[in-house]
Ligand binder design. Structure first.
Ligand SMILES: [Zn+2]
Length: 242
């Protein structure tokens, strides 16, 4: 059998930190008695293919014989999900709550009018400083107009945000001018990824903001839709044809 390339020190260290040295299969606290295993022997030695395991589980993962099936074999996706649950258990406390807002809202006016948009983010409570990336995408009449472009790429994932306790950020960005002139449905989708102090990425679920147009262009406002644009799309398309 071809010898597997070992994982780099960086990959191994992340495995151990993210799991707090717990087995990614059975969840046991392992201390020194832990190894980093290749989940898929055919795949590369990348982070996604690594799992911290106790000696017992390490032996079991390699022991199943397809020609003499007994019990239920560990599937690759299952092992990865089980590992991610363990990582989540030992890193989720590092992720602050966030309150992102797009202005104007129905209750809070703003000095920004389309195509300019106000944006605020406020981490909630006490937490260890974390990094984040923010991607905002514009959808007009169900059409993807892409990520927000700006001189400093705060809203297209190009720059790492630093979120410190007590820091409330208020800024603004501009969407394509056609969005202000059009009468079609206008949505912004917000994707936030938190990078914890151990460099683990926590992708928050995407949410959307829908614009409510009014007779007076400057009277419109945004409201939060607790779902992704992919899910909203069918309803947006329907309302465009109604
Ligand atoms: Zn185990």
């Amino acid at each position: 059998m071809e010898k597997k390339k070992p994982f780099s020190e960086e990959v191994k260290t992340k495995c151990l930190l993210w799991s707090d040295r717990h087995c990614g299969v059975c969840g046991k606290s392992c201390g020194l008695d832990i190894e980093v295993h290749h989940i898929d022997p055919k795949e590369d030695n990348i982070q996604d293919n690594a799992i911290p395991v106790c000696y017992n589980c390490h032996a079991k993962l390699g022991r199943y014989i397809d020609s003499q099936p007994r019990g239920t074999k560990y599937k690759i996706q299952e092992i990865k999900k089980s590992r991610d649950q363990i990582y989540e258990r030992y890193t989720s406390h590092l992720v602050p709550g966030l309150l992102p807002t797009i202005y104007p809202t129905s209750t809070e006016p703003s000095t920004y009018y389309l195509p300019q948009i106000g944006f605020a983010i406020a981490p909630v409570g006490q937490f260890i400083p974390v990094k984040a990336t923010i991607v905002v995408k514009t959808f007009l009449g169900g059409k993807d107009l892409g990520k927000i472009g700006s001189k400093i790429p705060y809203y297209d994932g190009g720059i790492i945000w630093h979120l410190n306790p007590g820091l409330r950020f208020r800024g603004n960005f501009t969407i394509p001018k056609v969005c202000a002139e059009s009468k079609e449905a206008l949505q912004l989708e917000l994707n936030i990824t938190i990078i914890d102090p151990y460099e683990r990425e926590h992708k928050l679920l995407p949410v959307c903001f829908t614009y409510v147009r009014k007779a007076e262009p400057n009277d419109g406002y945004w409201f939060l839709e607790p779902t992704s644009f992919a899910q909203l799309e069918q309803y947006v398309k329907k309302s465009n044809t109604d």
